[in-house]
Ligand binder design. Structure first.
Ligand code: NAD
Length: 497
């Protein structure tokens, strides 16, 4: 049986608990892993604390930290197909999507290797000859890294790579649904020479092993990716010990199509924006906001293609998208669609599970048909709340002239508590820039959807989060900045003589 990793040792959960992971595509058993309790979480925090306070990693020179991250990237490149297979078995997502994720993860480790020694600090000119004053960067300390199930190793790499690049130690708590690639990562880090205790892994639920590090006085930073309600709880839990908190939370992302867009490309990308990975993507384009004059053309075509999307498991040759992560999550998506229909949304595609008799091969998985809900308005719950499933809501806008059309589109797109990502489609470059500048979301795609690069900042406005995961700012989250004032000619002040 797989284990947890604490202080450089593989071990079982202290109280002997276990959990069996099953593939959401067909229910087959993947692996049995330890199910930890608070006791294991405390042991992992203690190991990370010891490694930070007395171990070599925080003072390891930046080029050596960078070299280790590059060796990890090399290992991943060499084992990419096997790691992608583990990821697909845990998540049910298509192998080709997991393989794309592996390439992204490798790029993330290389990006933070490049940044490890970046910005070595600066000398401050005080104008005083006897004073040497400088600003330096130091690791924050022990980091609790808590990740979700939708991009398990990718989300983990966005935290582990900068944490290590900056010289921190950490406790990783992946989603209880998708532990396999975190287990792989621990062994890979040990194999490329990471000192014992720097990387620690606990497995189990958020309540039993995620929560304890968020209140522990031995943890200095919590970096969390997941849902809004969990994020709020973690922020409150971390307040008592004033931890650094980085939050990457949900999104309800607008995808705005103007009538002057390249409609072929816009329609095709609107489908990818929402139905990739069955909508289980934080930046999914779940809100289509389309100009009235092209509404019918756009929505008819989207509904027609959505109806034909082929579902299937990770290794199907024909599947275009996969299952939902769990039965509970599918129940949630079903309830969300039922509530939307009650609110007056018009079903244009999907709205149900696939038919078992027509598709017996899908009967044991948690599948849900790609769904299009037309006739939505911003006040509706289905427009405001994240379904995190394959459900597209459609809102319509119009305006008597250029500016009024833009005002109407922007007002809809910004009418949300979230602010993670969004897109605007138009062939008018001026309009594209005007609208992009007004959208209150952390990433804006113009005539595109979904691409990201680790060199650019990623993070949410409003209730989509706090802090940035990638780019230069991604590393800054994991460093303290210190001003060192060195008086080379100390004298008595004589103040109270
Ligand atoms: P979730 O909030 O249920 O769980 C995320 C992680 O937090 C899991 O490891 C879970 O065990 C843990 N957790 C739960 N309660 C906890 C607690 N009280 N203390 C500490 N840890 C706790 O989210 P999920 O269902 O795994 O993931 C889906 C959500 O993640 C969606 O809302 C999605 O938008 C969001 N997400 C955001 C981004 C981003 O970049 N902003 C990326 C991916 C996913």
């Amino acid at each position: 049986m797989a284990g947890i990793f604490v202080g450089g040792q593989w071990r079982q959960a202290a109280q002997g608990g276990t959990r069996t992971i099953r593939c959401p595509a067909d229910g087959t058993e993947v692996v049995t892993v330890p199910e930890c309790t608070e006791q294991d979480a405390q042991a992992a925090v203690a190991a990370a604390r010891r490694a930070f306070d007395t171990g070599p990693w925080p003072s390891t020179p930046a080029p050596e930290r960078a070299a280790l991250l590059r060796r990890l990237a090399d290992t991943l490149a060499a084992e990419a197909d096997e790691v992608a297979r583990l990821e697909s078995l845990d998540t049910g997502k298509r192998m080709v999507e997991s393989q794309t994720d592996m390439a992204d993860i490798e790029a993330v480790f290389r990006h933070f290797a490049d940044l490890a020694g970046a910005d070595a600090g600066r000398v401050v000119d005080t104008g005083m000859p006897s004073v040497a004053s400088r600003v330096v960067h130091e690791p924050v300390g022990v980091c609790a890294l808590i990740t979700p199930w939708n991009f398990p190793l990718l989300q983990t790499s966005w935290k582990v790579a900068p944490a290590l690049a900056a010289g921190n130690t950490f406790v990783l708590k992946p989603s209880e649904l998708t532990p396999s690639t975190s287990i792989w990562l621990m062994q890979a880090l040990a194999d490329v020479g990471l000192p014992d205790g720097v990387a620690n892994l606990v497995l189990g639920t958020g309540a039993s092993v995620g929560a304890p590090p968020t209140t522990s006085p031995d943890v200095d930073l919590v970096s969390f990716t997941g849902g809004l309600s969990t994020g709020k709880r973690i922020m409150a839990a971390a307040a008592d010990t004033v931890k650094r908190v980085a939050l990457e939370l949900g999104g309800k992302n607008p995808n705005v199509i103007f009538a002057d867009a390249d409609l072929d490309a816009a329609i095709d990308n609107a489908l990818t924006a929402i139905f990739l990975d069955s909508g289980q993507v934080c930046s999914a384009g779940a809100r289509l906001i389309v100009e009235e004059s092209v509404h019918d053309q756009v929505v008819d075509q989207i509904a027609k293609v959505a109806d034909g999307i082929r579902l299937g498991g990770p290794f199907s040759d024909t599947a275009q998208t996969g299952p939902l992560i769990s039965e509970g999550h599918r129940d949630k998506v079903e309830a969300y669609v039922a509530a939307a229909l009650e609110e007056g949304a018009v079903l244009r595609a999907g709205g149900t599970r696939p038919d078992d008799t027509e598709h017996p091969e899908l009967a044991d998985g948690f599948y849900y048909l790609p769904t299009v809900l037309d006739g939505c308005e911003t006040g509706m719950q289905c427009v405001q709340e994240e379904s995190f499933g394959p459900v597209l809501t459609v809102e319509t806008f119009s305006g008597a002239d250029r500016d009024k059309a833009e005002d109407a589109a922007v007002a809809l797109a910004n009418d949300t508590i979230y602010g993670l990502a969004g897109a605007v489609w138009t062939e008018n470059a001026g309009r594209a820039e005007r609208v992009a500048a007004r959208l209150r979301h952390g990433t804006i795609w113009i005539n595109d959807y979904h691409p990201y690069v680790p060199q650019a900042e990623w993070g949410g406005f409003k209730q989509s989060g706090i802090g940035r995961e990638l780019g230069l700012a991604g590393l800054a989250e994991y460093r303290e900045t210190k001003h060192v004032w060195h008086n080379t000619r100390p004298v008595r002040t004589g103040w109270f003589d």
